[in-house]
Design a protein around this ligand. Sequence first.
Ligand SMILES: [Zn+2]
Length: 262
Amino acid sequence: MKILPVPCLRDNYAYLLICEQSGHTAVVDPSEAAPVIKAFEAEQKKFPDLQLTAILNTHHHADHTGGNAELCEQFPDLKVYGHASDKGRITAQNVMLEDGDSLSVGELTGKAIFNPGHTTGAVSYAFEDALFTGDTLFGGGCGRVFEGTTLQMYESLNHVIGSFPDQTRIFFGHEYTVNNLRFALVVEPDNPQVRMRSQRAVALRGAGKATTPSTLAEERLTNPFLRCAEPAVIESIRRHDPQRGPHPSEVFRVLRAWKDKF
Ligand SMILES: [Zn+2]
């Protein structure tokens, strides 16, 4: 398995997911076709057996599906995956997934993980140790809650994605890490892990490099949205909403509202 990030638009990432045995290749969230085709063809020059066989969409937003139509024109046999409830919202979708459905890219077998909140049809894709999280989990942060409820988003992040092992590599949909960690540092100014990660992210971006992928272990140590039961996070949000309830999902709700205005 080989994964190549493809920067798209201003700060999106599409990913090429390559089965090195068969040459079958899927693209996760093609925001636009041109950079994806360019990256695919560059790889195909090195490995002539590569063939683009699938699009995996994490959700329906245009900056994740904008390349679908053009890719399907150029590669007419593409399978286009998305959650069943996104039928009609994802261009050219022809495979309707439910939670836990398996899918394959050549010899690679993956699984659709339903994680609503950012949208009602959001899914992540799990392949071996890689998880493509779209706009649900970001480096150091999470997506806005557009269609679902904050409770759904809390559960998707902390229970659904949260059930994956520490070493899971997180391939997220946007390069927001530096800004997310700026917020994380305001929430937890005394957390040395957040400070170190923030410095690493700034250095990477300064060198023109991507911060994707992270690991779930790293997110658990530094991402406030996965740290809603931590005393330092609870203390920090107390000042923002003294009325909130005791459940960690309430901490999450206050954090998300705070970040929306950050
Ligand atoms: Zn989105």
